[in-house]
Design a protein around this ligand. Structure first.
Ligand code: MRU
Length: 339
């Protein structure tokens, strides 16, 4: 299932705020509409954000009335600026934007810019599918027949263009004939695990059980988890990795219980400019996401709330990174960038 597509001069995406109740797609007609969809989490997940950012520029170019390359470049830079301000943590969004803008800059004229922007946006989406398949293939070898794999948030088809990173590893292991069961943590406050991961896996017949975030220690102590596989939003050069809030606690518990903890992510999630996790910008979202549960107030009036959307897992808790270029230990990330 494609999560996001460029259809003519529109971006069509699965509205993830409506799942698991309804599978509906929304059409975005401008970069502004794509930016709003990102902020409202209609589209989310690091690799899907790269595609959304790139496609936002593509529709800007296709709909523009600019007459010169310079005018069109100004519109693209403005649209890029708007997308850049949506969510700060997933580096993929910025990588997607930069790839498209630099393709645009190197075109010779206005028609060349239009063509380059659309070509690059489509290439980003196509590559994402291929990269995820490769991540799946590389990670499947780490899973054994009968494994129970715990995952957090949603790093599946819905977080990418298709197939998924952490869930791609699970899909590939199952395609290789291994019996794998999944434990999906609910993922407070927006419930990506309960709503999205459980929806994605159950509709494919992959056995999945949902637990609340606070149950992980109990399950691990009871030896109910064999491996952890999660995604990432930004990986620092030293191997510290930002992912959905709650990932850090799971990693610490996994180490205590000697359970392998893997991060499945494309190499484009590694940000070599960021030396350690301390430099990764962590998004803080609206307190209302914690205060209200589907419109019902669950925190007393006047009580303050803190709502960071991500945390950083230090490299020492990560057994290995599963990437499209192979499986590497945190200290070996630089190997991925040697040609
Ligand atoms: O806030 P979200 O839902 O965008 O957070 C997403 C995650 O944390 C995912 O685990 C991450 O983007 C990896 S997706 C392959």
């Amino acid at each position: 299932m494609r999560t996001i597509e460029l259809r003519g001069d529109k971006v069509v995406l699965v509205d993830q705020t409506q799942l698991p109740w309804r599978l509906v797609r929304v059409r975005c007609h401008s970069a502004e509409e794509v930016a709003a969809a990102i902020e409202e989490m209609k589209i989310r997940g690091a690799p899907a954000l790269a595609a959304a950012a790139a496609m936002a520029l593509a529709i800007t170019a296709l709909r523009s009335r600019a007459r010169t390359k310079e005018q069109l470049m100004r519109e693209l830079e403005r649209a890029g600026g708007r997308i850049r301000r949506t969510r700060p943590t997933a580096v993929n969004l910025f990588v997607g934007l930069e790839r498209v803008l630099s393709a645009a800059r190197s075109a010779v004229d206005i028609d060349g810019v239009r063509e380059a922007v659309v070509r690059e946006a489509r290439a980003i989406a196509q590559e994402d599918v291929k990269v995820n398949r490769k991540i799946g293939e590389n990670g499947a070898a780490l899973l054994e027949d009968g494994d129970v794999v715990l995952t957090h948030c949603n790093a599946g088809s819905l977080a990418t263009v298709d197939y998924g990173t952490a869930l791609g590893v699970i899909r590939a292991a199952r395609s290789a004939g291994k019996k794998i069961e999944v434990i999906a943590t609910e993922t407070r406050p927006l419930l990506q695990g309960a709503r999205l991961t459980a929806w994605e896996l159950s509709r494919e017949g992959i056995p999945v059980r949902v637990v609340t975030d606070g149950m992980v220690g109990y399950l691990m102590a009871k030896e109910m988890v064999d491996k952890v596989v999660v995604g990432a939003d930004r990986i620092a050069a030293n191997g510290d990795a930002a992912n959905k809030i709650g990932t850090y606690s799971i990693a610490v518990l996994a180490k205590e219980h000697r359970i392998p903890f893997y991060i499945a992510a494309p190499t484009s999630t590694v940000d070599p400019k960021v030396k350690t996790g301390a430099e990764i910008p962590i998004e803080e979202r609206r307190p209302e996401e914690v205060i209200f549960f589907r419109g019902v107030r669950i925190v007393p009036k006047g009580v303050k709330v803190f709502n960071p959307a991500f945390d950083v897992t230090p490299a020492r808790y990560i057994t290995a990174f599963i990437t499209e270029k192979g499986v590497v230990k945190p200290g070996e990330l630089s190997k991925l960038f040697k040609s």
